[in-house]
Design a protein around this ligand. Structure first.
Ligand SMILES: CC(=O)SCCNC(=O)CCNC(=O)[C@H](O)C(C)(C)COP(=O)(O)OP(=O)(O)OC[C@H]1O[C@@H](n2cnc3c(N)ncnc32)[C@H](O)[C@@H]1OP(=O)(O)O
Ligand SMILES: CC(=O)C(=O)O
Length: 528
């Protein structure tokens, strides 16, 4: 299969998604990343829409990109004026972008309802807007908005709009599933009709309202389309656009199409996370190909099989997109999960060792009481060490007290914790306050221990999650606390469960500190 051009619209259609907005500086950074990853066209925005997008096109000219071309987006001219009087078209030319993409109406219903002009007049404005831009810009693309719906409503008219774009001089006509409701089985048949009418290269732009955006893009490529438009992580208006993080590996690995290099494809996961970060959104862990869970195996049967051969439960090698295989531990685990984790933690364990079964039974019993080890691998590693007798007790908590006090109706409550710890033969008694009782306890615990273990100063609490678990028959409900901690090197998760939120938090905090002390000791030992 020949070269498929990738056209990214994260910076334009991606920002039409609820909750997504990028500063000009963010757009420039993302453009560089897209360029490094081999994207051929980067649609930077609609300069006729707002000053920020005008600035983007001005600023990006000063940047050095390796290969990507920058495209500016806009609409066909307004009715009743000539192209040279149309402010939107003039702004597109002024953007001095490498390419320009304008959208126009393909659907008779849209011409009647949205533009409220005669059908013939719409054909004229498609034709002369493209003709005007073609004389002034290096490359002009035409987005045939609502093309598939338009074709289903009035095929003759929809095809006439494409003819007008071809006659105007469009370098590529992009068939858009603007409302995202077209089904994959409709795409191929309609593209065949289009190919019989126009000879301009074709592209595809799909939305995900029917959850078919990626599938529709793939079918379109299979039908001979040469440009695929989409966004990183599928960001976009309503339910989003076609997700390039899924389309790129599908093109390369499943369809044998040329688009980005192997090295560029290995950066895909990083690109996905970079864009989430700048959008200030948490990555979708279940995202195909690039998500944390995309190659995470939980069921014991799966884990046992992938260790014998990864292809038993993986459709491709995760490294090809910069991802990795992960093994999760839960009450759905078998011995294979425990052995895989032991290898990951550099712990020697044999499948026939009775401790393996003991650990497995412990996990199942603990998960039944509300523990969850998927987000708390550090607690699981400590559990393994305890079972194997390699766990070292760095300190002993003699006792603690937490007080929450509200001195006046209008005052914020005050939290204070006192704690007594024993390290070796020495006893340390400390107090600390905090923004809440758990924060006060964390502060007091670390204050007491930092004297003996100064590296605990580097530990930060990154996330704290509390979940009330439903009560079982005749039992009170329990509370599960999951904590994410980190230092300069890494992050780790720990868990605690109790009917008392402070006790559950305490367990997770103790595991977090013990994990850090164990890890530092092992690292120091390895360096000797
Ligand atoms: C399918 C897509 O995603 S298309 C991209 C959609 N993205 C955006 O709309 C984001 C950027 N948009 C904007 O900043 C503003 O909408 C602007 C600046 C473009 C226009 O703002 P306004 O002039 O206030 O118009 P408004 O937003 O109400 O849009 C309706 C106008 O667009 C016109 N219009 C819509 N589609 C087209 C088209 N393909 N060609 C020409 N004009 C069009 C309508 O006829 C209407 O004009 P009228 O009010 O003169 O009848
Ligand atoms: C052009 C475009 O964004 C669409 O039709 O969805």
């Amino acid at each position: 299969m020949s070269l498929v051009r990738l056209y990214d619209t994260t910076l334009r259609d991606g920002t039409q998604a609820e909750d997504i907005s990028f500063l000009v500086e963010d757009k420039i950074r993302i453009a560089h990343k897209l360029d490094e990853c081999g994207i051929h066209y980067i649609e930077g925005g609609w300069p006729g829409s707002n000053p920020k997008d005008v600035t983007f096109f001005k600023d990006i000219k000063k940047e050095k990109l390796h290969q990507a071309k920058i495209a500016a987006f806009g609409s066909t001219r307004r009715a009743k004026i000539t192209p040279d009087k149309d402010q939107n078209l003039r702004t597109l030319v002024a953007s001095e972008a490498d390419a320009v993409t304008i959208f126009g109406k393909s659907w008779d219903f849209q011409v009647h309802e949205a533009l409220r002009i005669p059908l013939e007049e719409n054909l004229e404005l498609i034709f002369d807007s493209i003709e005007y831009l073609k004389a002034r810009m290096p490359e002009v693309f035409y987005d045939a908005e609502h093309f598939f719906d338009g074709y289903k409503s009035n095929p003759e008219y929809a095809l006439k709009t494409l003819k007008a774009a071809e006659q105007g001089g469009a370098a590529c006509i992009i068939l858009c599933d603007t409302n995202g409701g077209t089904m994959p089985y409709e795409i191929a048949a309609i593209i065949e009709k289009v190919k019989a009418t126009v000879s301009v290269p074709l592209g595809i732009h799909t939305h995900n309202d029917g959850e078919c955006a990626v599938a529709n893009s793939i079918v379109a490529v299979n039908s001979g389309i040469v440009q695929v438009q989409g966004t990183i992580n599928g960001f976009g208006e309503r339910c989003g656009n076609a997700n390039l993080c899924s389309i790129i590996p599908a093109l390369r690995l499943k369809m044998g199409a040329e688009c980005v290099s192997d090295a560029q494809m290995r950066q895909l996961r990083e690109l996905s996370r970079y864009v989430y970060e700048l959008a200030n959104l948490a990555p979708n862990k279940h995202q195909p190909y690039v998500g944390n869970s995309a190659f995470a195996h939980k069921g014991g049967v799966h884990v046992s099989a992938i260790q014998r051969h990864p292809e038993t439960y993986e459709h491709m090698r995760p490294e090809l997109v910069g991802n990795t295989t992960r093994v999760l531990v839960s009450d759905l685990s078998g011995r294979a999960n425990i052995l895989a984790k032991a290898t990951e933690f550099n712990i020697n364990l044999d499948s026939k060792d009775p401790v393996t079964l003991e650990i497995l039974e412990d996990i199942k019993a603990m998960e039944n009481r509300g523990y969850q080890f998927e987000g708390a691998e550090a607690s699981f590693e400590l559990l393994m060490k305890r079972a194997l007798g390699t766990h070292r007790k760095f300190f002993q908590v003699v006792g603690f007290r937490v007080i929450d006090e509200k001195r006046h109706e209008d005052d914020q409550p005050l939290s204070e914790a006192t704690i007594m710890v024993k390290v070796g033969g020495k006893v340390e008694h400390t107090a600390a306050d905090g923004t809440g009782p758990v924060n006060a306890l964390d502060n007091a615990l670390r204050k007491a221990l930092e004297k003996f273990y100064p590296k605990l100063k580097d530990v930060k609490l990154h996330d704290y999650k509390v979940r009330v678990l439903p009560a079982g028959q005749g039992t009170a409900s329990s509370i599960r606390v999951l904590i994410e901690s980190g230092d300069k090197e890494s992050r780790w998760g720990t868990v605690g469960v109790s009917s008392n939120v402070i006790e559950a938090s305490y367990q997770a905090l103790i595991d977090s500190i013990e994990y850090k002390l164990h890890r530092d000791e092992e690292t120091a030992g390895a360096k000797k």
